[in-house]
Design a protein around this ligand. Structure first.
Ligand code: 13P
Length: 250
């Protein structure tokens, strides 16, 4: 049975002490409700080692927001999957729309990042999603299909480590959420594509998360849909009460 997951992407928020305070608060209030439900936090790099310690006796999992395409070498300022593994990171975002837009990440680069992650025992959380103009012109299925091509470069065994996150760019940080029906339509499409590539059993076992202005008030309706297996949360992940309310909607 596939896992139900809520993951909190802190983005470039929280200084070091604020990040520690948020982690402590989460650890003290989080109650794992079911062995099939997982809570993950994705702090900035500089928090990872200390947050890993804070989470060590909890059931909250640790992830990162990015990694480099190579394992080691002369890449000043970069962080490799191998380094992330060494501090206890078990999940990592790949292809978040903010990185695609601001750092021009393309499919080729994202393939390399996925390979680095799976070779270092880290589960990629692969993000895909269309721009507002793609939605308006009705080309969103093609856009997502093209983005998913990154995942078809993985072997079936490696793909089985991947979590997919559908994040329509027009819904990120805008307060505008995709309706539960819009999310379901795309999640079903993504699952069908996975089935075409790796078979129906793998598709049924893949968790597909929704992201984009997800909050306590809309999480229940979104998570109720059969192909929506949880959420990738931005703004609301910075507030313990809201973040745990979203988790409790799983
Ligand atoms: P918001 O929840 O703030 O819209 O952000 C979503 C997101 O980008 C998570 O990765």
């Amino acid at each position: 049975m596939r896992k139900k997951i809520v993951a909190g992407n802190w983005k470039m928020n929280n200084n070091f002490q604020e990040g520690i305070d948020l982690s402590n608060d989460l650890v003290s209030k989080y109650k794992k409700s079911d062995k099939n439900k997982e809570l993950i936090i994705l702090p900035p790099f500089i928090h990872l080692t200390s947050v890993a310690e804070k989470l060590s006796n909890s059931k909250i999992h640790l992830g990162a927001q990015n990694c480099h395409t190579e394992g080691r070498g002369a890449y000043t300022g970069e962080v490799s999957a191998r380094m992330l593994d060494s501090v206890g990171v078990r999940y990592c975002l790949v292809g978040h729309s903010e990185r695609r837009a601001n750092f021009f990440e393309d499919n080729n680069e994202l393939k390399k990042k996925c390979k680095q992650l799976v070779s270092n025992y880290i589960n990629p959380i692969f993000c895909c999603g269309e721009l507002l103009r793609d939605r308006k012109y009705g080309s969103y299925f093609e856009v997502i299909e093209d983005q998913l091509e990154v995942l078809w470069s993985l072997s079936k065994t490696d793909f089985e480590k991947v979590i997919v996150a559908y994040e329509p760019v027009w819904a990120i940080g805008t307060g505008e959420t995709a309706s539960a029906d819009q999310a379901q339509e795309i999640h079903k499409f993504i699952r069908r594509k996975i089935s075409d590539e790796f078979g129906s059993e793998t598709a049924e076992n893949t968790s597909i998360l929704y992201g984009g202005s997800c909050k306590p008030s809309n999480a229940v309706e979104l998570f109720f849909k059969p192909d929506v297996d949880g959420g990738l949360i931005g703004g609301a992940a910075l507030n313990t009460v809201d973040f745990l309310a979203i988790y409790n909607a799983l």
